[in-house]
Every structure is written in C-alpha cells, then in structure tokens.
Design a binder for this molecule. Structure first.
Ligand code: ATP
Ligand code: MG
Length: 318
C-alpha cells in the first residue's frame, strides 16, 4: 500500500514538474512576444569580436571593418528598426565560415552550439529544386517559430549558390523595416548569407589593384558592392537570382572576402602548427606556403584554395 502511495506521489510530482516546465516555456515565449524584448542567452561581446577579427582573420580588412562596424551599430540600438542582414562573398577558403562562427561565438558565447543560432546548408536542407514551394512553406513556419521563441536569433544561410532559386524570397518580409510581421518582433534578428558568387569580380579587383601597385588594404567596399549585387542577381546559379531581397535592397551590407596570398597561407600554417604544439617548425610553414597552388598562372598571386588545404598540407610535411 505504502509502495503504491509513494509511486502515485512520485507520478504527481513528475506531472507537476513537467507542467511547470511547459508553462514556464509558454510564459517565457509570451513575454518575449509581448515585450519584444526576449534576449534568450544573448551575451554580446562586441570588443571580443573586434579583437578576434583583428587578430585571427588574415588579409580581410573589408570583412574586419564591415562586420565590426555593422554589428556594433546594430547592437547599440535598443530597438533596431530593421534586422542586421549581411551577405558574405568570396572564393573558397578565404574565411567566410570562420567569420560567421566568430559572430556566433561572441554574441552567444558558443560557436554553433546555441539553440538560437540556426544554420542552413542547401544541399542538406533544400536538396531538390522541384520542392522549392514546400521548402518555402517550411522555412517561413520555421523562421516564425524561432523568432517567437527568441527575437535575437541568428540565421546563417551557407552555400547560397546551391540554394534553389526563389526559396530565399520567403525570408524577404522578415528583413524589411515594417513594425512587425505575423505579430512577432523580427527586427532584432541577424541574418548571414554566405556564397562564392561574386568571387570573379572580387578576385579581378584584387588582381588589378596588385598589378597597379596599390595595397590591397586600399580596396574599398564602394568599388565592389554594385558589381557583387549584379553578379548575385543575374547569376542563375545564385540563390539570389532575380531575388526581391536584392531588388528591394534588404541587405544591410555586402561583405567581400579577398583572395589570399602566400603570406596569408603561411600565417594560417603557422597558427595551425602552434595549435598542434609545433610553433618552432618554420620549415613546415615554408613548405606549406610553397606547396599550395597559386593563380593566375601569370604572377601566381593568390591561393586557389585560400587557407582550406593548409591542414592537409601540414600533415604531409610534419
Ligand atoms: N582569412 C583567413 N584568416 C585566417 N584563417 C582563415 C582565413 N581564411 C580561411 N581560414 C582558415 O581556413 C579554413 C577554411 O576557412 P573557411 O571555412 O572560413 O572558408 P570559406 O570561405 O567558408 O570557404 P568555402 O566557401 O569553401 O566554405 C578554416 O580553418 C579557417 O580558419
Ligand atoms: Mg564556408
């Protein structure tokens, strides 16, 4: 009898505990929606982000400046009038994913582990172009759900060049300045789009700059933004092909990533070696720098794989 009674008490306690959790969750979401002030686990450290970009991102003065400035401006406003929307462009291995994880780490204290940082990879989440309509419905429902749970959500859309055309336009109403959409505050969110589209125009300017004897640090965003915008809008392979997001200028800023030269590759190799406790192996740094393929054939100024192949090359020489 005693055993039965204690089992019943245990069961009632469990039900109470479970209901408390549910009510707490519902209550929290309700407060977030009404007060438009749900900050989830948001612990922004803008100085930390600036320092990380300055110290650990090589050869990308535009990305360093734009990301630091736009994130700081955005977080300064208690109630921003539109979300922060950044679009990263550049060749493979130049640091696009690295910067997106730095943003996650310095805003949520964890790289991609936070439940409020959402990453989409088209080949994984939107693999079939013929299902574009279903993807749109799912994406809209999913964005609404996540913004209701946390207004400070971060959405990262990687490999935009593989996104079926049209799908991304469902995000457009979330990016504008209107007061609220679907009854949810969506102006505190951060969206990051990543693609290699536009690499030709970026690489061409980097090459011309070098050939003209100018420093790469002299390259300004205004020299690139129109060309990148046209490239992503007109390229059929781009997820932004004929997209409203580009037409209506819903992006806060394009962020160009320049092609990396041998000195950047060697810095990547040095850092990787230090992480393996082999800082003193300058011979390996040099061997890796010499083993990477550089383009164009004439001049061989830029690594064709950025810093991406560095760990594999180190394994060869260490
Ligand atoms: N500019 C850079 N400064 C420091 N490290 C870099 C830089 N670019 C790339 N790396 C390093 O090289 C590796 C690949 O970089 P990352 O994944 O950011 O490239 P990506 O631009 O996203 O390429 P992809 O378009 O192929 O996804 C990472 O380990 C990263 O730390
Ligand atoms: Mg990447």
């Amino acid at each position: 009898m005693l055993v039965v009674r204690s089992a019943v008490i245990q069961f009632v306690l469990m039900v109470l505990l479970y209901s408390f959790h549910c009510v707490e969750g519902v209550f929290e979401r309700l407060v977030c929606t009404i007060s438009e002030n749900c900050d989830c686990d948001f612990k922004p450290n803008v100085r930390g982000l600036e320092w990380d970009l300055y110290k650990n991102l090589y050869g990308q003065h535009l990305a360093q400046d734009i990301v630091s400035e736009e994130v700081a401006n955005f977080l300064q406003a208690e109630n921003p009038d539109r979300p922060l929307v950044l679009s990263f462009h550049g060749a493979s291995g130049t640091g696009k994913t690295l910067v997106s994880s730095m943003i996650g780490r310095h805003l949520y204290g964890t790289a991609m582990g936070s439940p409020y940082i959402h990453q989409f990879v088209p080949t994984l989440h939107f693999p079939m172009p013929e299902h574009a309509k279903q993807y749109q419905v799912a994406l809209k429902r999913w964005l609404k759900g996540n913004l209701t749970a946390c207004a400070r959500s971060i959405f990262i859309f990687d490999e935009m060049e593989k996104m079926p055309p049209g799908v991304i336009d469902i995000v457009a109403p979330f990016l504008g300045p209107s007061h609220s959409v679907f009854g949810t505050n969506y102006r505190k969110a951060i969206y990051i789009f990543i693609s290699t589209i536009g690499e030709e125009v970026i690489n061409r300017l980097a090459l011309e700059t070098r050939q003209a004897g100018r420093e790469r640090e002299e390259i300004r965003l205004v020299e690139l933004e129109d060309a990148i915008s046209q490239a992503v809008y007109n390229n059929k392979r781009s997820g932004f092909f004929h997209s409203r997001i580009i037409q209506e200028k819903l992006l806060t800023s394009f962020v160009p990533f320049l092609p990396l030269g041998r000195r950047h590759v060697e810095r990547c190799a040095y850092r990787e070696l230090c992480q393996r406790g082999e800082c003193q192996r300058k011979d390996v740094v040099e061997a890796v720098g010499g083993a990477v393929v550089y383009v164009p054939e004439q001049g061989q100024h830029f690594s064709s794989t950025g810093c991406k192949s560095v760990p594999a090359k180190i394994n060869l020489f260490l």
